[in-house]
Design a protein around this ligand. Structure first.
Ligand code: VG1
Ligand code: CO
Length: 552
């Protein structure tokens, strides 16, 4: 322990008995069980390594907040005290510690911060028995690149000590200015700046007119971070009746739910829209507010299609009225947006899974919109995917076109053809079984070309690798692709966000031109491919599961 002058808080140097060897960040930050994060020094080790690695900490400003899950408040307290020990000049933290991922991205950019720390395990369940997570974003507001997360991981593996100061917890119940030694702590409302940004991008008067014109909508915040944002936006500014936002109070365990906006985990909302006629529009966001699910009356919008629709209709939103520079999608996302980009005459980039790969393209001005099949869509307004932005964008399009979601989809397919698409997730598979399946399939790839598959022929089979067109960095091993001669494809990946065993993701896609049958159930349209990949990869026998955990 190093004592210090009386005006300064006491600095403590804490020595670790042994470094942690498992702090390798995955697709989006470090995610582990809450129990793991409660191990003495576990959180501190990762924060120490991050603060040593992030440029500009000495004298810099950091943004801090989280999705409100169990552990949020304690982590904020620890990070504030470690930030003071590391010489930050200021930390901007939000009331209640509530800050969505896209709102954090915006704050980092607006306040010229050196970056931000977002406490979230996104769509993973929370609570003492759930998961916790830490994401570190850089000065552009986006997820830090692999070079940063690799350096943090390396640092943790040999870390011997960390520094922290002693200080009373900063009250987060109201905005205010505080300090810990020389470091300022500014507590602000995390909703204000985000809402102001949305008002710049979209025409709120027009959306308000739509909502007031017999357009009942239901938004499910899943007891996660978007509750306060959505209540302010939809019920406050846009005139939706009270109660339109469901599960709007953030809870530490998300009400024991799984805050993942898909048909399985947001099934109550899905039933309201898909099996009833009380609502014209439905949407949900995930734990940290970066994902979105869009539903119309009796209509589910596949996220890959959503990106294509937003691209095709972008000029209807004031922010994008002058057109798009280009678009990008992650590799497993369907090529629906590629077809639209081609018609618009703009570039379309294909990146590995994870938002960090869009950062360079956005910063370089090469793209305006981007998205992933995993319910993520976003634009150059921030450097994260943005759930509520996507919902507002859809509302903007509906306010302009004054038709139903189902009509928008039908017209889109009639114009561009339809990419039948589905993702089958096998969750919590024994790690050895999942890796065995993956490795075996990877070894088979070179011999697959020319082989029959689902009534077609395999034309290419590889493990996807990506060369960043901006900085030339190469990322390999991003998913096994089996491409068929008619343009259909199957992709197999192992998840980088799960915390229990391994999750196998199977992505299936098949294109039907506008002269074909545009109204099939995707599971039927893809049935042959589903059974072909099940046979080829021996999914049932190797996982012991006869069906996926989640089908999207
Ligand atoms: C998943 C999704 C990926 C997304 C990532 C983070 O990763 O597939 O598209 O970027 O989650 O999203 P993986 O490695 O499990 O497939 V979030 O909302 O959890 O920050
Ligand atoms: Co998320």
């Amino acid at each position: 322990m190093t004592a210090s002058a009386s005006a300064k808080p006491t600095h403590t140097l804490v020595r670790l008995d042994a470094p942690f060897t498992d702090q390798k960040p995955g697709t989006s930050g470090l995610r582990k069980s809450s129990t793991q994060f409660e191990e003495p020094h576990y959180l501190e080790s990762f924060i120490e390594a991050s603060l040593r690695t992030l440029p500009g900490v000495q004298g810099g400003t950091l943004v801090l907040g989280g999705d409100g899950r169990y552990g949020n408040r304690r982590a904020i307290d620890v990070i504030l005290r470690m930030g003071a020990a590391h010489g930050l000049s200021k930390v901007i933290v939000t009331t209640g510690g509530i800050l969505s991922t896209p709102a954090a991205s915006n704050l980092i950019r607006q306040r010229q911060a050196i970056g931000g720390i977002i406490l979230s395990a996104s769509h993973n369940p929370g609570g003492p028995d759930g998961d916790f997570g830490v994401k570190v974003n850089g000065a552009n507001g986006g997820p830090t690149p692999a070079s940063f997360t690799d350096a943090v991981y390396e640092c943790t593996k040999t870390l011997e000590e960390y520094t922290i100061v002693e200080a009373a917890a900063i009250p987060l119940d109201a905005p205010g200015l505080h300090s810990i030694g020389a470091m300022q702590v500014e507590v602000i409302d995390g909703v204000d700046d985000f809402v102001a940004l949305m008002q710049e991008l979209f025409n709120f008067d027009q959306i308000r007119d739509l909502i007031r014109s017999d357009f009942p909508l239901a938004f499910d915040a899943m007891h996660a971070v978007t509750g306060p944002y959505a209540t302010r936006l939809f019920e406050g500014l846009l005139g939706a009746p009270a109660g339109s936002v469901r599960n709007g109070v953030p809870l530490e365990d998300f009400g024991k739910g799984h805050p993942d906006p898909n048909l399985t985990y947001a099934h109550e909302l899905a039933e309201l829209l898909l099996e009833g006629d009380d609502y014209r529009f439905g949407a949900a966001c995930d734990g940290d507010g970066d994902r979105n699910m869009i539903l119309g009356q009796r209509c589910f919008v596949n996220p890959s299609d959503s990106l294509a629709v937003l691209t095709a209709n972008a000029t209807l939103a004031p922010a994008y009225a002058s057109g798009l520079a280009g678009v990008a999608r992650s590799m497993p996302t369907s090529a629906a947006v590629d077809v639209v980009a081609k018609e618009l005459g703009i570039d379309c980039f294909e990146t590995p899974t994870g938002w960090k790969f869009f950062g360079n393209l956005l910063d370089a001005g090469k793209i305006t919109l981007c998205g992933e099949e995993s319910f993520g869509t976003g634009s150059n307004h921030v450097r994260e995917k943005d759930g509520l932005w996507a919902v507002l964008f859809w509302l903007q399009i509906l306010a302009e076109r004054r038709c139903s979601v189902a009509e928008i989809m039908a017209e889109h397919w009639e114009r561009f053809g339809r990419h039948y698409y589905s993702r089958h997730d096998y969750e919590a598979v024994a790690s050895e079984a999942a890796h065995g399946l993956y490795d075996r399939l990877e070894a088979m790839l070179p011999n697959l070309v020319g082989q029959p598959f689902a009534g077609r022929t395999i034309s290419e089979a590889d493990n996807f690798s990506y060369t960043d067109p901006v900085d030339g960095s190469v990322t390999t091993g991003q998913g096994l692709r089996i491409l068929l001669d008619d343009g259909s494809r199957v992709v197999v990946r192992l998840s980088g966000t799960g915390t229990k065993g391994a999750t196998i993701r199977i992505y299936l896609e098949s294109y039907v031109p506008n002269s074909g049958d545009l109204n099939q159930d995707p599971q039927v349209a893809l049935a042959e491919m589903i059974s072909a990949i099940n046979d080829l990869a021996e999914i049932q026998s190797r996982t012991g599961m006869d069906r996926p955990t989640v089908i999207t």
